[in-house]
Design a binder for this molecule. Structure first.
Ligand SMILES: *Cc1c(COP(=O)(O)O)cnc(C)c1O
Length: 339
């Protein structure tokens, strides 16, 4: 049996029991503005309201709770939100956590992780450098590494989001999932299609440094250059040795769609000014793709996942004020909302 055949709705339902009362049951609410634009109900799954401000708590908690008694501790490499999830989950079990990340991670995310009592280790300018440090800690100190996306318990935890969405709205036609390493998309797609095989699940990501999109196109994991993005949580590779999230995305995703930094900038303004929600650039890619006319015509209700709110508030203020934003060597030209 291959890994993808071994993974099913059963794993997701088991994760539901682990998460119950701690990291589940986030609101799933309509966006009147997007509903008006789309011509069908357009619903937002508010994972920004999780205790750590992002959905990654689901997968991390499920994985950490599965570890045997007496485990020395846990480690991971993370663009921030997975690290926060692992730190929170480890604290729940009174376990040591060492979180490794690259210099590209915003300070707000680093501070958030330290506040949860975890050790933070900053290494290099890419996710791969951070990963190397995490693997060193496994060898040298016996910590257990928890992958942000390529782990069956993590994918099952993220999948509970898809199950909750289908439970609330069995009539969903399309689910728009922010896509990076694909743990979220894989879990959500397996859950949703187990409930209704006709539901369309589309992964959405930024057009620069989209590792899963490039890998799906190539038919195998490929490396892409990591560049700064408003959707920083979607950065990073999928791992050249990817075992589960890549094949699951290959099998279950209907399509992947790319959005530009300008489209992300505008969609962040839409989510705040129309729905009064503060969220990361990574969360609005579904809204961005819909507004840019990049998606197939929906045949019924559409749901997207507002994956997290852990962004730098200085950056958020600049975007809401319509100011220019520098992303490394690229400038995203500012535009006042509604102007
Ligand atoms: C991790 C993350 C994603 C993408 O999840 P993957 O499982 O890596 O595809 C999307 N949004 C936010 C806010 C995240 O932290």
């Amino acid at each position: 049996m291959t890994d993808t055949e071994a993974f099913s709705l059963v794993d997701i339902l088991a994760a539901r029991n682990v998460l119950r009362g701690i990291a589940d049951a986030t609101p799933f609410v309509p966006s009147p503005f997007m509903t008006d634009r789309t011509g069908h109900d357009f619903l937002l799954k508010l994972e920004n309201m999780q205790p750590i401000g992002a959905f990654k708590l689901r997968g991390a908690l499920n994985a950490v709770m599965k570890l045997p008694e007496g485990t020395a501790g846990v480690t991971c490499c993370s663009t921030g939100n997975h690290g926060r999830g692992v730190a929170y989950a480890a604290a729940q079990r009174g376990m040591r956590a060492a979180i490794c990340m690259s210099e590209l991670v915003p300070q707000a995310k680093v501070d958030g992780i330290r506040a949860l009592g975890a050790e933070v280790r900053i290494r290099g300018r890419s996710q791969d450098d951070a990963l190397a440090e995490s693997q060193r800690l496994v060898q040298a100190e016996g910590l257990v590494e928890i992958s942000p996306f390529d782990d069956p318990h993590v994918i099952a935890g993220q999948g509970t989001i898809g199950f909750e969405m289908m439970e609330a709205r069995p009539d969903l036609d399309t689910i728009l999932v922010p896509l990076s390493g694909g743990g979220l998309a894989a879990g959500v797609a397996v859950a949703a299609k187990s409930v209704n095989p006709r539901v369309r699940v589309i992964g959405i990501t930024m057009d620069r440094g989209a590792a899963m999109h490039a890998s799906l196109a190539a038919g195998r994991p490929v490396e892409v250059e990591e560049v700064p993005s408003l959707a920083d949580s979607l950065g990073g590779g999928i791992g050249m040795e990817n075992r589960l999230s890549f094949p699951l995305c290959q099998e279950y995703l209907d399509d992947t769609v790319l959005v530009t930094e300008d489209e992300i900038y505008h969609a962040m303004q839409v989510l705040f000014y129309e729905d009064r929600i503060v969220a990361e650039g990574a969360c609005v890619v579904g809204i961005a793709a819909m507004l840019a006319g990049k998606l197939p015509e929906p045949r019924g209700p559409v749901g997207t996942i507002i994956t997290g709110r852990n962004l730098d508030m200085g950056l958020f203020h600049r975007i809401m004020a319509g100011e220019d934003v520098e992303l490394g060597d690229k400038t995203v030209k500012g535009q006042r909302y509604g102007a």
